[in-house]
Design a protein around this ligand. Structure first.
Ligand SMILES: *Cc1c(COP(=O)(O)O)cnc(C)c1O
Ligand code: SF4
Length: 341
């Protein structure tokens, strides 16, 4: 029976798929039908790089990759490479000095009116360029238990109107756990907006089950979900169903991308990403320059190229399909806008 959401998957099915996510570089390469020679070439570096920051990718994302193509834009985002081991000047472990901006364990209060809660350290996918790849999650580990400290801080800061659940990935929590957190947040009278930053609808669309949709829809605040897709190939049929379902439940849907060399640093990919998102009710929000985190230098696109790509997008797309090109700077009062023509 097709449930009334029109979603072809069951509540909770995602948890099995998350548990079955690929964690071994060799397995990923075999699934993608790489030749034994290619595997021998890629594997040693992949294994070494994975020691620092393990590989993790769910099947739903692998299914969108082109078999045997080492340059596949989705594979590049998740496959550990030897290039990660190179030291690069200016690339550091905590580029945003986030550890200094902690108002309470796991709570970042850097920008006016908004606080960001690192709800859980867990992610369904490990993106090689992640700026939190060296985040001291172990120290913040008790955070699930210490939500109370974050809630205590929020309660005495009436200037905070928006709570942003981020991570890790807040949707790697179960609906039950997320529901508990939302219930606690509802006791804070000055909160006016709820936002979730999540990559799960893209890498594991089955996460968007009817219980989650109903949980979000019954919150008293306007809910915004900011997903994270970088390339139009990330929007397969299941991803489209999940995104459109969130939209149907009244959620404002936005996307943020990171500009990544060898993944989406061409006008065509960026324009197709915007139009494909729009088809399922998602508007582009931010296009981030890479945060200069150790191990990610090979993804960097220089600012002039970024501005030029932005200009070309602005020529080809309606204004509402052009994301804001931004960079994050430690200590700034908000994202720094790079182009505004
Ligand atoms: C990006 C970010 C936000 C949200 O910024 P918006 O411009 O409102 O999307 C809030 N807090 C932190 C720490 C952030 O990094
Ligand atoms: S989903 Fe987001 S937080 Fe998790 S690894 Fe990817 S970029 Fe980092």
């Amino acid at each position: 029976m097709i449930p009334r959401t029109g979603l072809p998957w069951q509540v909770g099915e995602w948890r099995k798929q998350l548990a079955a996510a690929v964690r071994e570089p060799a397995e990923l390469l075999r699934r993608l039908e790489f030749s034994p020679t290619a595997i021998r070439r890629l594997l040693p570096a992949a294994r070494t790089a994975a020691e620092d920051f393990p590989l993790r990718v769910p099947d739903a994302f692998i299914a969108l990759m082109k078999p045997g193509d080492a340059d596949d834009p989705l594979l590049r985002q998740v496959l550990p490479l030897g290039a990660e081991l190179a030291d690069s000047a200016g690339f550091v472990t905590d580029p945003l000095a986030e550890t200094d901006a902690m108002a309470a364990p796991g709570l970042l209060h850097k920008y006016a009116g908004r606080a960001l809660l690192i709800t859980t350290p867990a992610c369904a996918v490990h993106c090689r360029y992640c700026f939190r790849r060296h985040f001291p999650y172990a120290e913040a580990r008790g955070m699930v238990e210490h939500w109370r400290a974050a809630l205590g801080y929020l309660a005495v800061r009436p200037d905070i109107e928006e709570i942003i659940l981020s991570g890790g990935d807040p949707l790697s929590l179960t609906n039950g756990r997320l529901g508990e957190l939302l219930t606690a947040l509802r006791t804070i009278p000055h909160l006016r907006r709820l936002r979730l930053h999540t990559r799960l609808p893209i890498v594991l669309p089955q996460r968007v089950d009817v219980d989650l949709l109903e949980l979000l829809a019954r919150q008293p605040w306007p809910v915004t979900v900011v997903v994270h897709a970088n390339h139009p190939n990330e929007l397969g049929p299941d991803q489209r169903l999940a995104l459109a379902a969130l939209r149907r439940y009244g959620i404002t849907m936005l996307n943020q991308s990171v500009l990544l060399a060898g993944v989406n640093d061409d006008t065509d990919s960026l324009c197709r990403l915007s139009t494909a998102l729009h088809e399922v009710g998602v508007l582009p929000y931010y296009l981030h320059l890479l945060d200069r985190v150790t191990g990610a230098a090979h993804f960097e696109v220089d600012e002039d190229t970024a501005r030029e790509l932005y200009r070309q997008m602005a020529v080809r797309l309606p204004g509402y399909l052009v994301p804001r090109l931004v960079r994050e700077e430690a200590g700034a009062a908000g994202k720094t806008l790079l182009a505004d023509n």
